[in-house]
Design a protein around this ligand. Structure first.
Ligand code: NOJ
Ligand code: CA
Length: 529
């Protein structure tokens, strides 16, 4: 196992432990199964801590493991303070925290506050009628005069955001599936419940939370309809439906900041990291979500959608970094997005481009997060149409297929049959084949994280971007460190400053003072002494 800085210390000069840290997202269902039921579990994560420590990650973010009917694969929580039996027990969780600590890996968990499951006891009580003590935990409204939904809000997953409750004749609101009723964040009782939930997990040793749907939570107090900007057709794709409205009243309400501020105060007591699933591709909206006294940071989604184009990439990197710096989480993918090597051109072309983008991320202010399997250069897995399990039409199954540990029919993920059936990965894509092979994607990523750790502390150093778009190179200096990536499809030269040495280079980079970067090649140099 490689040596890491002790978990209690932060890099010299760092304000928070996560400055300069690297995270790793674990989609628990698909990471490692230990009991043959085909579902990844907490014990499976525990069994792979050596692997994660050798890769060099500082923290893991685990997707929801709470008791759930799994209508949205765990993002429908029926009990915020327990573990679904398919993932293990609270004892397994405690064991994981303890052993992760021994590996100098912190654990962040996924908090799902915008909505619960319709199976949550709060909602089960709320649907008994308007007199329920829990009625006001959710958002209820009478039908509009024509008997239809109370307003024109629609769900992210398509269709109206309202479902009629036949018993009371009222509608309840849901930004996602009808099985995911939205909580009423204007109700102080809901706030108290979540303060308690945060403390429950902090006391169990978690180092922070990824806040699901951090753009949601509080809704317009008068439930006003959104302006419609084009015709809405419920048979259109969910994205097209969403874009038919200007979302003035159903998300991005400033009152949500009060919630984040109070959670920030709780997290600060525990030195815990509060980061948001801040889904927007508008940097102004992201800045509005991260005023500085609420969530410490948020994911920036533009790089998950950007094309391999120098102008698009610069747009995704330069202004956002200048604007939000340490508050950004940089990632090329997640369990909701097509894997970046598939988006950037299937096969090695996409893998090279994804590595180059990670090199560009690696020395910027903020936190770099890898999605499980990214270190193996995984493209999207292949799921036959009759095996699809995602409840929405966007095909999120391809990025959720099981982690390939070894060769064979289930790639060492399970001894049984995987919950999500997919074509086995080739031997070359497995961890078994790649770990220790100096020419593997795994070694390239391990090398990148090791090089990043060995660089001088950059926390206080500003970023200076170079203007070399005409060369199709993106490059910046940060203190004594420089980074360059060749976005073009041809070789390009990069001159290193006097005294600089190469700290990291992708395959095929050659030269000493004047470096030759192949297409999609990237380099980090250091001239600290
Ligand atoms: C974002 C999560 O990442 C996604 O998987 C989920 O479907 C929605 N939020 C709803 O919770
Ligand atoms: Ca299992």
């Amino acid at each position: 196992m490689m040596q890491h800085t002790a978990i209690t210390s932060s890099p010299a000069g760092a304000r928070f432990w996560w400055n300069g840290a690297v995270g790793y997202q674990i989609y628990i269902r698909s990471f490692a199964d230990t009991n043959g039921d085909g579902i990844g579990d907490l014990a499976g994560i525990r069994g792979r801590l050596d692997y994660l420590a050798e890769l060099g990650v500082d923290f893991i973010w685990i997707t929801p493991f709470y008791p759930s009917p799994m209508a949205d694969w765990g993002y429908d929580v029926a009990d915020y303070c327990n573990i679904d039996p398919s993932f293990g027990t609270l004892d397994d969780f405690d064991d994981l925290v303890t052993e992760a600590r021994q590996h100098n890996i912190r654990i962040l968990i996924d908090l799902v506050p915008n909505h619960s499951s319709s199976e949550h006891p709060w909602f089960q009580d709320a649907v008994t009628g308007p007199d329920s003590d829990y009625r006001d935990y959710y958002i209820w409204a009478d039908p509009s005069p024509d008997g239809g939904p109370p307003n024109n809000w629609i769900a992210h997953f398509g269709g109206p955001a309202w479902t009629l409750d036949d018993t009371s004749g009222q509608y309840y609101m849901h930004l996602f599936l009808p099985e995911q009723p939205d909580l009423n964040w204007r109700n102080p009782a809901v706030r108290n419940e979540f303060d308690r939930i945060l403390r429950f997990w902090l006391e169990r040793g978690v180092s922070g939370f990824r806040i699901d749907v951090a753009t949601g939570l509080v809704k317009d107090d008068q439930l006003r309809s959104n302006p419609q900007v084009r015709p809405w057709n419920p048979s259109d794709s969910r994205f097209d439906q969403w874009l038919s409205f200007e979302h003035l009243h159903d998300e991005f309400q400033p009152e949500s900041h009060d919630v984040f501020r109070s959670w920030r105060a709780i997290c600060d007591e525990y030195d815990a990291f509060l980061l948001g699933e801040t889904y927007t591709r508008d940097i102004q909206r992201l800045a509005d979500l991260l005023p500085g006294d609420g969530m410490h940071g948020g994911f920036w989604f533009e790089p998950m959608h950007v094309g391999w184009d120098v102008a698009e990439l610069r747009n995704a990197l330069v202004a956002p970094s200048e604007r939000l710096g340490e508050r950004l989480l940089w990632a090329t993918g997640s369990h909701d997005e097509s894997r970046s090597p598939s988006r950037f051109g299937d096969g090695d072309l996409g893998r090279e481009r994804t590595l180059a983008l990670n090199v560009l991320f690696s020395c910027l202010p903020g936190v770099l997060v890898l999605y499980q399997g990214e270190e193996l250069g995984l493209t999207d897995g292949t799921v036959a149409p009759d095996a699809v399990l995602d409840p929405v039409d966007t095909g999120r199954d391809g990025c959720r297929t099981p982690m390939p540990w070894t060769g064979g029919p289930t790639n060492g993920f399970t001894t049984g049959q995987a919950w999500l059936r997919s074509e086995p990965r080739s031997d070359g894509q497995t961890a078994q084949a790649q770990v220790g092979d100096p020419n593997s994607w795994h070694s390239r990523y391990t090398g990148l994280l090791a090089a990043r750790r060995a660089l001088p502390d950059l926390t206080e150093a500003p970023v200076e971007w170079s203007d070399c778009d005409s060369e199709m190179i993106i490059s910046y200096q940060r203190g004594p460190v420089g980074v360059a990536a060749n976005i073009s499809a041809e070789h390009r030269c990069v001159d290193l400053p006097a005294g600089a040495t190469v700290a990291y280079a992708t395959p095929g980079v050659s030269g000493e003072r004047q470096l030759q970067l192949p297409a999609h090649g990237a380099v980090i140099w250091n001239h600290s002494d």
